[in-house]
Design a protein around this ligand. Structure first.
Ligand code: PRP
Ligand code: URA
Length: 212
């Protein structure tokens, strides 16, 4: 992986521990779902570090004071279907009022090119901080296509949040969209000849939804 100043790799012991269990082929669908949610919550804490806040007045039982809060309607998460869906609850654990948009995308198995099949975004998303959710950043094709779609809809403040990334995917996304901050829990070794991340965890969608 090249050096990029828009990329944050969390590499935290708690996250590494949970990812080790996530990767294990013996981990059940139920536990896999729970781990994706928990890891997402931990990454969310870091990714929200620079979220804009505004001053509000709060009346305590004693006095009125000025506090800072995240404004209403200022954050949207956009899971890339299917696997991104597994991350939504992890963000909502910390910030339950985040709006949710959906982009449906699958990789053509031959060409590995992303194909979009669904897009439904919240009204006013162009004025929000938008966080794209996808546990796997492999070639980076799906993330780039989702971000291009969001930019075409007028979004200008976009973050990408993933759990496992391949160096190839990070390089592609960071170079194509230097304005997008990328948060990943861990960076793996490489892609195999079929575009799967090694060591990776296999097909995230299938493991989350028990489809194989
Ligand atoms: C997976 C994953 C990403 C994409 C990553 O989805 O959830 O969206 O592959 O690969 P890329 O970085 O090379 O584009 P997949 O296409 O398998 O669809 P699914 O979630 O519906 O199974
Ligand atoms: N998508 C996945 O679900 N896993 C990979 O390793 C690559 C793309």
């Amino acid at each position: 992986m090249k050096k990029h100043n828009n990329v944050t790799v969390l590499d935290h012991p708690l996250i590494c521990h949970k990812i080790a269990i996530l990767r294990d082929e013996k981990t059940s669908t139920k536990q896999f779902r729970e781990l994706v949610e928990e890891i997402t919550t931990l990454v969310t804490y870091e990714a929200f570090k620079d979220v804009p806040t505004q001053e509000v007045e709060v009346k305590t039982p004693l006095v009125t004071c000025k506090q800072r809060m995240i404004p209403e309607n200022s954050i949207a998460v956009v899971p890339v279907l299917r696997a991104g869906l597994g991350m939504v609850a992890g963000v909502h654990t910390l910030f339950p009022t985040a709006k949710v948009g959906h982009i449906g995308m699958y990789r053509d198995e031959e060409t590995l090119q992303p194909r979009e099949y669904y897009c439904k975004l919240p009204d006013g998303i162009e004025n929000m901080r938008v966080i794209v959710l996808d546990p796997m950043l492999a070639t980076g094709g799906s993330a780039c296509a989702a971000i291009e779609q969001l930019k075409a809809r007028g979004c200008r403040d976009i973050h990408q949040m993933s759990i496992i990334a391949a160096p190839e995917g990070i390089d592609k996304l960071a170079e194509a969209h230097p304005d997008v901050k990328i948060f990943v829990a861990v960076v793996d070794e490489k892609l195999n000849e079929n575009g799967y991340i090694l060591p990776g965890l296999g097909d995230a969608g299938d493991r989350l939804f028990g489809t194989k």
